[in-house]
Structures are given as structure tokens and as C-alpha cells.
Design a binder for this molecule. Structure first.
Ligand SMILES: *Cc1c(COP(=O)(O)O)cnc(C)c1O
Length: 402
């Protein structure tokens, strides 16, 4: 397989990861996507661009985010657990890494209007934040269901000056917001669409992974400082579309000794119809511009996904992850609502860290997999739980004193 400029991702020039990926787009977007591709590959190799990007990550986002050795959690599971603290980033999650890179690219391309979709609201907040910083017009599409369960983020976006557009189609969540954002882009091909995950037509999955790759770049340095070695035995991350996992895996993908584990949202269980575990419940198809695994009916209608966590409530998965999973490079472990909630309350109680519900799915893997006493396990804590307090509140009596 032909490798691209970074020689790291298993992707070819047309954006294929094995048989997954590509760019399945309406003709009207062809020119915009071509322009984006050109601009991304040009600026990703440009020192000025990368310097500005890394300076903002340092001075505005607060990077590097700490790699924290969680002693009490390690004792409980009889292994060595490190948490990569993306929850400590400005705006509370990893999404800001990509928002900074993408909006900076938009600015270089002379764009003045930004479109984004959002599920949990973290990508919307991150994009609205960078648009405020860089003085760009920002429109965010968000499903009506998500609007009601993620109110603090909706208010933040409005305060940041974004135009938040409620979406009432489908089950009114992330997939529907993405459809609407793509529709807007078709009407306004000169706008810049900032996608919040490693999904969408080429070059988005590769571009978003690149802007998130700072996570594993830092893990290597930080783990070396802690342990005298750069490579952990395991890296664990949750997967919605796959951007925090792509960032956490990125510099380890070529190193087979580092085992990669992706936690999917199983919802009420992979065998129920209330799940978002795409690798288990899905099959090959096309969604939002790329060929990948998709949850769908026998006649190829997309199935409404379900997860307690808005950021994982998506019926697809990025093509990179479909490839890593089907080729055996990564292991996908489904984690239910119940298991994620238990993990969230446990981390809060013994480490004093309230994780995002999405990140709690990655923590849920600790109960489902046996680790050796000398293993080094890095878990990407993709975000903080402030935005989920409304959901956690309704589970406190049930879970807090278990
Ligand atoms: C959006 C989000 C996710 C899921 O998106 P990925 O692209 O799969 O990373 C996970 N965790 C948090 C905190 C999020 O905001």
C-alpha cells in the first residue's frame, strides 16, 4: 500500500485504508474537497503553519496535557495505569486539537464562514471557540435530542457567538446533524466544513487524525520520562467516529508490540436494538462520504444508534478504525451504558476525576480484560464530565455507593 506524506497511517493517495475510506460525495462538493486536499497536504508540510498550530496548542489549549499515573486505579486492577489527560484541555476535551488545526487551515485558505456538526456539543464548543478567537462566522448543526441533553454546551456555543441550528430529522442526534451540515456545505461550497471526527470523505479522516496525533506524540515522550520507555503495552480509547482513538494510536500503529484497544458504545447491549457498537452490529456500507462499517437494515437503511453518551451515539466508525479492527491490528471491545457508568463513578471516587461519559467507556475496558502486573496501560481520558452532570445526576443514587 502506498504511504502518504507522514508515512504513518495505512492510507493510499485516494484515501483508502484497505477497502475502507475514499470520497463518496455529490458532484457539487468535488471542487471544495479537491481544494481542501491540496491545502491540507501543502500546509501539513509547512513550517510556519505547524509552528502556529503548535504554539496555539501550547499557549491557548494548555498542552502538553499531563500523562498521569493513576495509583489507586492501578492498585485496584493490579497493573500500571496511566491516564492521558485530554480532559484538562481548554474547552474540556480532545476536540480542540482538531478545531485549532482545521480552523487555522480555513483561515489560510481565505475562508470566512465555518460549518460544523456536533453530538455531545464538545466539537461545536471547540469550533465556536476557535472561530471566536480567529474572528470567523460559525454555524453549528445539532440534533434536537442532543440539544436537550447537553444544554450547558448549547449555551456555551451561543455565548461564543455561534449560530446553533437544531436538527429535527431522524432520531435527532449526531448522524442527523451531520446530514444537515453536509446539506449546508452543498448550498455553500465556499464555506469550510470542520468535521469533528475521523469520518467523512478523504482527506478528512487523515486530516483529523493528523491534528489529533499530538496525543500519541506526547504519550511517547511522557512515558519515557515516567518509565524509561516510549511504548506502553496497551493504549485504550473510546470510539465514536474515532478521532481521540486515532490521536492516541497514531504513533503506535506501526509498532505491533503496542496493543490497541478501542471501546465502542454497546448501549443496552450489542444484541439489543439499543446499541451504537458499529463493529459488532454493522456491516460494510457508505456513510457521510466514506466506505466503512455502518449499522444498517438488510435493505441498507441506516439504523438509529443508541448510547447513553451523546458523543458515541453514531451508526458509523472512521475508515481507519474499520481497517485496524478488521485487519486485527486493533481489538474492539463493546462497553455498555451500565459498565461505563460504573467506571465513571469508580474513577470519580478513587481518583477524584469526573470523566466524560464517552471516556468512561474506555475505562470500562478495565473490567473486561485481564492485564499483567508489569503491563503499562495508557487510557486516553478524552474529556471531562462537566457536560454530563445532568445525566450523572439521574444515576447518582444507583451508582455512587456501589
Ligand atoms: C466527541 C467525543 C468523543 C467521541 O469522538 P471521537 O471522534 O471518537 O473521539 C469521545 N470523547 C469525548 C470527550 C468527546 O467529546
Amino acid at each position: 500500500m502506498k504511504q502518504v506524506f507522514n508515512h504513518i497511517l495505512p492510507v493510499d493517495d485516494a484515501g483508502y485504508y484497505g477497502k475502507f475510506g475514499g470520497a463518496y460525495i455529490p458532484e457539487i462538493l468535488h471542487r471544495s474537497v479537491e481544494q481542501l486536499k491540496k491545502a491540507f497536504f501543502r500546509y501539513a508540510a509547512d513550517d510556519d503553519f505547524n509552528n502556529e498550530y503548535h504554539q496555539l496548542l501550547r499557549d491557548y489549549v494548555g498542552r502538553p496535557s499531563p500523562l498521569y499515573r493513576a495509583d489507586r486505579l492501578s492498585n485496584k486492577y493490579g497493573t500500571n495505569i496511566y491516564l492521558k489527560r485530554e480532559d484538562l484541555n481548554h474547552t474540556g476535551a480532545h476536540k480542540i486539537n482538531n478545531a485549532i488545526g482545521s480552523v487555522l487551515l480555513a483561515k489560510r485558505m481565505g475562508k470566512t464562514r465555518i460549518i460544523a456538526e456536533t453530538g455531545a456539543g464538545q466539537h461545536g464548543v471547540a469550533t465556536a471557540t476557535v472561530c471566536a478567537l480567529m474572528n470567523l462566522d460559525c454555524t453549528v448543526y445539532m440534533g434536537a435530542t442532543d440539544i436537550s441533553r447537553q444544554q450547558p454546551n448549547v449555551q456555551r456555543m451561543k455565548m461564543l457567538g455561534a449560530n446553533v441550528v437544531p436538527v429535527h430529522s431522524g432520531n435527532k442526534t449526531l448522524k442527523d446533524a451531520t446530514n444537515e451540515a453536509i446539506r449546508d456545505w452543498c448550498c455553500h461550497p465556499d464555506s469550510f466544513y470542520v468535521i469533528g471526527s475521523t469520518v467523512g470523505p478523504h482527506p478528512y479522516p487523515e486530516m483529523v487524525a493528523y491534528f489529533q496525533s499530538v496525543i500519541s506524540e506526547e504519550i511517547k515522550k511522557q512515558l519515557f520520562e515516567h518509565e524509561g520507555r516510549e511504548n506502553p503495552d496497551y493504549v485504550i480509547a473510546c470510539i465514536g467516529g474515532g478521532s481521540n482513538a486515532a490521536g492516541a494510536f497514531y504513533h503506535f500503529i506501526g509498532n505491533q508490540e503496542v496493543k490497541l484497544i478501542a471501546a465502542e458504545a454497546a448501549g443496552k447491549g450489542v444484541d439489543t436494538d439499543m446499541t451504537a457498537a458499529t463493529m459488532y452490529a454493522g456491516r460494510e456500507g457508505i456513510i457521510h462520504g466514506s466506505r466503512t462499517m455502518v449499522m444498517q437494515t438488510p435493505d441498507s437503511q441506516i439504523v438509529e444508534p443508541y448510547s447513553v453518551s451523546a458523543g458515541l451515539d453514531y451508526p458509523g466508525i472512521g475508515p481507519l478504525h474499520a481497517f485496524l479492527a478488521t485487519s486485527g491490528r486493533s481489538e474492539v471491545i463493546p462497553v455498555t451504558d451500565d459498565e461505563a457508568l460504573n467506571a465513571a463513578f469508580l474513577l470519580t471516587r478513587i481518583e477524584g476525576i469526573i470523566p466524560a461519559l464517552e471516556s468512561a467507556h474506555a475505562l470500562g475496558v478495565l473490567d473486561k480484560k485481564k492485564f499483567n502486573p508489569d503491563d503499562i496501560v495508557v487510557i486516553n481520558l478524552s474529556g471531562r464530565g462537566d457536560k454530563d452532570m445532568h445525566t450523572y445526576m439521574s444515576y447518582i443514587d444507583e451508582y455512587a455507593n456501589k
